[in-house]
Write a new protein. Structure first.
Length: 666
């Protein structure tokens, strides 16, 4: 079942930045581009509540009225993502304090302290007023709470947060002794004697930012705590809306692999996941694909909303390329192929002031229908109504799961040593890409997924699973014993949920399952590689290992690849397989280059029987399955060069740069 009756094609519209006399012309222009939706009120707190407790909805009413007149669907934001001047002035404690202790004054956005009782009650009050006023509007299709929680400023480190954090710890650990044990606080005389001794991981305390911290259990717990505080801000507004509107879906826009928030915990609180896709100049299409899959996974596999993307260039990268002809169509279709049921932009009309004036928009500074951006959006809008609308509600089905776990993200990147070269999303992508290259659909799952969930997959991949939380090792073992294929490797199996090393040799609780002991982890310099012989003990093809090399002692596993070169561990295992029960556990000891990862993962795919689809490397083939049995095959040339693709029936298709084919099984 589709969540919306129309395929939403539109995005953020900020008419409050323009004289009212221009609005109608803009809406007409948008209408001609097949835009049928506007996301409004994202940053309007200062206009809606010009003085504390005094609300003025006159402008928003006129905007809604105009959109209704043109039968635009409305995604209504609560408007709480930027603090109005009077509030910052009167209640300074509402504003966020940075990791360096700087207390923010008025300005910017996403600038509130998530623990501030004043912020929470004021945001709740505003959300409540907005909901009361617009519930039942005939074109209202979705509520959009706040905006990109956590973006920009990062966590808050103010006194309120510190105090709340101490209470949070007290509830979690019960006694300071338990906390001292959990965090290994006898290190460097960190032993605390009173809850008030706990200091958030600030730069002038123990933190080097939250990323690196003397006491790593502190950084992981502070992240958990801030995630909960921020999520509470979301649920407070959501619940305020629900008092008036029991039906319309409620969302907030997420940001893919954004580090600071554990989006799986957010997905559980959201009716529909929406997210903002801003690939950079060097982002590989397979990385974007992974982000879509991750957002779909966060939403429990349901279709999601592509809430934002730019119709042309960004403004906030150091260098902002314009999108090439056809590129915006390709990016939109790639989202649909991975499960998006909407295509929305930031923004519909380009600002003339503020720091986003060089950000692409459907209506540009020329204010006409003549720009290339406008014309491409118009063509895309018509195409989506023709070809994408029928896909709504259909699902992606995957037989491979890749784990992505935010606490693991924090644990891995929080390590001081053995290298600073590990960026979690990139390492997950390294394992994801061989599947993408062969057009194997992937679900992204949490490391704590139930064993019954794991058993639905032929292959489960656990890249750099450094933090093995309670139950996870047992689940993985049961999964493998019952015939599953687990692929894991370097940096896995080292920490417990308190971010302490699990004594007894790496990969800790996965050691028996993998049939090996990683005795040492060597770091490879950023400009260096280590040679890997993919023929196992025989001569074979070679690949480059990077970042780290696990020095492995076999305990039952067989060697699939060995280290070359002339270092002291040359000739030892670089990748292994261990048969356990009816299944196999694979261990890849070093971060192999693209060809090397494929060389090891391809045979696993082939042996598992998971179907693959042949296509040139830049061509992505994805499927969505409708309840009525229709299977949609979406073929996207993600590259800017023409190519061709022969389908499974042997039909040859010419694919222009960024071309998209939609085939059905009928
Ligand atoms: C984010 C925000 C938008 C806008 C865009 C610009 O995604 O949600 O308000 O700032 O970035 O790319
Ligand atoms: Zn705070």
């Amino acid at each position: 079942m589709a969540m919306f009756s129309d395929f939403l094609f539109g995005g953020d519209w900020n008419p409050e930045q323009w004289p009212q006399a221009t609005w109608e012309h803009d809406v007409e222009l948008l209408e001609q581009a097949h835009v049928n939706e506007a996301t409004i009120n994202v940053f309007s707190w200062a206009l809606l509540e010009p003085r504390e407790g005094e609300y003025d909805f006159s402008m928003l009413d006129s905007i809604v009225e105009l959109l209704n007149k043109h039968d635009f669907k409305i995604v209504m934001a609560t408007g709480t993502a930027a603090i109005p001047a009077w509030m910052a002035r009167r209640y300074p404690q509402v504003m966020r304090t940075g990791v360096d202790g700087t207390h923010q004054i008025f300005g910017g956005r996403h600038n509130f302290c998530p623990s501030s009782p004043k912020f929470r009650s004021a945001a709740r009050a505003l959300a409540s007023r907005v909901a009361q006023r617009y519930t039942g509007e005939k074109n209202l299709v979705c509520w959009h709470v706040n905006n990109e929680y956590g973006n920009g400023g990062g966590y808050c480190y103010c006194d309120t947060c510190a105090q709340e954090f101490r209470h949070w710890l007290e509830r979690k650990y019960g006694s300071v002794e338990a906390l001292n044990r959990a965090w290994c606080m006898n290190f460097w005389s960190h032993t605390i004697h009173d809850w008030s001794d706990v200091v958030p991981p600030v730069t002038y305390g123990d933190g080097i930012g939250t990323d690196k911290c003397v006491i790593s259990g502190l950084q992981v717990d502070y992240r958990r705590f801030q995630n909960e505080q921020m999520l509470a801000c979301y649920t407070i507004e959501r619940d305020a809306i629900r008092e008036f509107d029991t039906e319309t879906p409620i969302t907030t826009n997420l940001m893919g692999t954004f580090k600071d928030l554990d989006y799986f915990s957010w997905g559980r609180e959201m009716d529909v996941v929406s997210w903002d896709n801003y690939p950079g100049m060097d982002t590989q299409p397979s990385f974007t694909a992974m982000c879509h899959d991750l957002m779909r996974g966060v939403g429990g596999g349901k279709p999601f909303m592509l809430m934002e993307q730019t119709p042309n260039q960004q403004n906030w990268f150091p260098y902002c390329k314009v999108k090439r002809p056809g590129e915006v169509g390709k990016l939109s279709w790639q989202a649909v192929a991975h499960g998006a049921d909407t295509v929305q932009f930031f923004q519909l009309k380009q600002s003339i002031g503020g720091c986003e004036r060089f950000h692409g928009a459907v209506i540009g500074h020329d204010n006409s229908d003549r720009s290339r951006t406008y014309r491409e959006v118009r063509a895309l809008g018509s195409d989506l109504q023709d070809r994408a609308k029928q896909l709504m509600g259909s699902r992606v089905k995957a037989r491979v799961a890749v784990m992505f776990d935010w606490e693991n993200y924090w644990s891995l990147e929080g390590c001081v040593g053995p290298t600073q070269g590990l960026h979690y999303p990139d390492e997950v992508h390294r394992f994801y890409r061989p599947f993408w290259k062969r057009n194997v659909a992937v679900d992204m799952i949490e490391s704590t997924a139930d064993v019954d969930v794991l058993k639905q997959y032929d292959i489960v991949v656990a890249p750099t699973l450094i933090m093995v939380k309670p139950g996870v090792a047992d689940n993985l073992e049961e999964y493998v014993r019952s015939g599953g294929r687990l692929v894991t490797g370097y940096m896995s199996g080292i920490h417990n949920e308190f971010d302490l090393v699990i004594p007894g040799g790496y990969p800790g609780p996965l050691r028996e399952l993998c049939g090996l002991w990683v005795e040492e982890i060597d770091a490879i310099a950023p400009d260096a590689t280590i040679d890997v012989n993919l023929g196992g003990e025989e001569a074979g093809d070679h690949a480059d290992g990077t970042i780290v090399a696990s020095i492995i002692e076999l305990e039952g596993a067989q060697t699939l690849a060995t280290y070359g070169g002339d270092d002291f561990y040359a000739g030892t295992a670089a990748a292994t397989v261990h048969e356990v029960g009816d299944g196999k556990a694979y261990f890849i000891g070093t971060a192999l280059d693209d060809a090397g990862m494929s060389a090891l993962i391809d045979p696993i795919i082939d042996e598992s029987g998971v179907p693959t689809i042949d296509a040139p490397e830049n061509v992505e083939v994805m499927r969505r399955y409708a309840d009525d049995g229709t299977v949609f095959t979406i073929v996207t040339n993600t590259g800017d060069e023409a190519t061709e693709w022969t389908d499974e029936q042997g039909v040859l298709h010419q694919l222009n740069p960024f071309a998209v084919l939609v085939l059905t099984n009928e």
